[in-house]
Structure formats: structure tokens, C-alpha cells
Ligand binder design. Sequence first.
Ligand code: DAH
Length: 462
Amino acid sequence: MLLTLRVHGSRLCLGITGQQRRRLLASSAAEEAKKLTTPQQPLQLEINGGTYATDSWTNVTPKILSHLGLNKHMQRDHPLSIMRQRIVNYFYGAYRNQRGNPLFSVYDQLNPVVTVQQNFDNLLIPSDHVSRQKSDCYYINREHLLRAHTTAHQVQLISGGLDNFLVVGEVYRRDEIDSTHYPVFHQADAVRLVTKDKLFERNPGLELFEETWSGSLADPTRILSSSKCMDQTKQPCHTLEAVKLMEHEMKHVLVGLTKELFGPRIKYRWVDTYFPFTQPSWELEIYFKDNWLEVLGCGIMRHEILQQAGVHQSIGYAFGVGLERLAMILFDIPDIRLFWSNDSGFLSQFSEQDLQNQPKYKAISHYPQCTNDLSFWLPPDVEVDAGFSPNDFYDLVRSVAGDVVEQIRLVDKFKHPKTGKSSVCFRIVYRHMERTMTQTEVNEMHKQIADASVESFNVQIR
Ligand code: DAH
């Protein structure tokens, strides 16, 4: 029999036994349901509104599916959102049309469920390429997977008529879990297509395509021999002039982005590489803490990809970059798991108010937080910022409780309509750097803060 359950925002259709069903009905259905999802293979998965029959390729887990929709790259003040905005803003500034509007459009909430066709075939990734293996990707079934790179959306967006765009989102790869690897991370991908008229504005005699090239690429999915795909000169269809001009523009823009992010003095180098979807291809590396680190991959798009998307008279460049990698370097964040943390001690360190000036991350203690609210009535005729300054309260808390207070936020202000008295509520997060604090200990400290507030500010605890 089938039972449909919602687990972590995606629904799993399970095959379960009569006994399990009775237990399920008898006890808390949701709790039992969660237990049942782990060992059994669901018959169907409902993800983001789509229903997918499972098969021998299915290897997504409820834990992985729970990341769908979290959209850390869209969360205000999150370091990944800051990275997204800095990249997008750079591209908005780097390319403008005649009216001064940004040329690039941004897609940052596309569904991460894609087809094998989108993730691999459309990008000319050979059918026996290692990246397609079940051990490397999260498959929903034989035909669908959680995208392994944001490049998966290229053909769909170009087919829709776009010629300058950025895609930002999370990607899913099976990998070990350590301080730099997490099975879900974020990428930004970009495509820029140009026509002959635009590219050769100042040299109208030049051509994008070789005269000898017939215009049809016999077999778009043919696997290039390794000597051919590593041929860093050009694809047979393109003229050398077209490729060199595109390469120059692309490298100029990407070095510009790197300097924008890491400062004008950052040391960088270009390294030849291979991607199935670009030729020639490069990686950009930066010199950081005595090491060369790869920050992005890019290249001249294979013309077969443009042809498949119905574009015949343009040449394009594309690149892809990992956001966690950039943020870890830029903010000095030591562990990739922190990007998934809801700990306010982590999140409160970043703010998108000033995107350019970001402080380095300060390690938070790993002992648990304790959060207590404190509400009080201010004396008559006193209001926040009119007789009572929250900063004074913060100083008082610091003097009473010292460094065990990790964060304080003013969470509520309220003026009573009849008495005219003002009330405030502060949320205080306690966390000791070296040990776990007991609730009794925290309550005692909280009481001392309350008493000191009454004494110093003449307030009335609510
Ligand atoms: N998709 C590649 C990856 O995940 C990165 C990449 C390389 C994207 C070159 C591109 C590109 O668009 O042109 O490693």
C-alpha cells in the first residue's frame, strides 16, 4: 500500500506493512513516519511539486532533501548571500546597455531538480564520464537528479532567448564531510553570448566562424579525444580572432571580479584545463596563505551547446564559481558546516549593510547557547532613544555578565495605549567559551542583570 508523507518539505510515498500502519496510526504519526523513511525505499518522491517514481538509481536521502528550499544564498546577512550580491553587483556594473541598465539577468531560485539531459547530455559530458556515477550524484531516479552544478541550466536559459545571465543556487554532490566538503554547496554560473557585430564592432571585416567550416557539427555528443579537448587553441569552427577577443574579454572581467572580491593586489594565475562544455578552458587560481587555490573554471562555450539551444550566430564564454570557497577565504571561515548553522553567534557576525567592508570571522565557542528574554517597563515619560539608550543597557549587561554574553538584541518595543508607558524586550544569548553553562547558572546571571537594570535605569521588570 501507499502512504504519502511530508518529510522536510518534500513528500515521500512509502510502501509500508499493515503492522507498521497500525503503529503509525496509534502513535504520533509524524514521528513514526520519520523513522520509517530511513530504512525503506519510498515508491515515489514528491519534491518541489513534482512526483518522481523511484528506481534502482534513487539514492537521495531525507537528510539531503531537507536542504531544498533553505536558500542560504538568499538569506539576509548570510555570508553566502553577501557573496551572491557582490558577484551580481560586479556583473551589473561591468556590463551595461546603451541606456545604462545592467545587461545580465539573474536566476537565483531555479528548481534544483534537473534531468540527466540538463545536467550532463546538454553539456556534452561523455556518457562514461566519472561525474555521472551514482556514487558522485544524488539521483532521484534514472532520469532525474539534484543538480551537481549550476551549469545544468545553461541550455534551458539560452533556448529561452537569454544571452547574458547568471545562475546562483545550491548544488548537490556526494562527497566526504570535512571542513571543506559538504554534500550541498553553492555555485554561481554565468554565460555571455556575443554576435559578430558586437565582438568586431571596431573590425567589421572579421568573422566568428572559419570559412571552411560547413556550419553543421556532425555529432554534438561525440567524445573528443583527449588531445583534441586539451587543444587550448580553439574549436575547429571558430576563427582565432574571435576566440582570442572573447578570451581577452572574459579574462579581463574575471580578473576584475577577483580583484573586486580579494583586493587589487591579489596574486593570480591562469591554468589550462579541460571541461567537456568549453574549449579552450581555464581555471583561475589565487595565491592565498602560501598556496595556489583554484577559485573558478571558465572557457569558450562549445558551439554544439549553442546550436542545440538554437543559437547559430554567436560565440560565448561561460564560467562557474563556488561560493563557499570564496566566502571561506574572504571571511576566514574555517569550517564549511558553519554555512548551515542557525547559530546567531555565527550569523550575527555578517551584515549586508556594507557589502565591501566585511570583518573576518571570529571563532564561536562550540558549547551550547542559552537564550533568555528580559522585558521591562521604562519609567514614565522615558522611551527608547528618548531617555533610555539600548547601548547603556548593553554596557550594563557586559559589566554584570562579562564575556558569557554572546549577543543581545532588542526584539520588541511597545507603548501602552492607556498608561503611555513604554516597554522593551531584549533577547540575551549566553554561551561560555570553555564549558557548558547550566540553566540555573544562566538564570542566576539573568536575575543579576534584571536587578542591576532596576537599580540603574529605574525600570520595572515585566
Ligand atoms: N560546472 C563546473 C564545475 O562545477 C564549473 C564550470 C566550469 C562552469 C566552466 C562553467 C564553465 O560554466 O564554463 O566544476
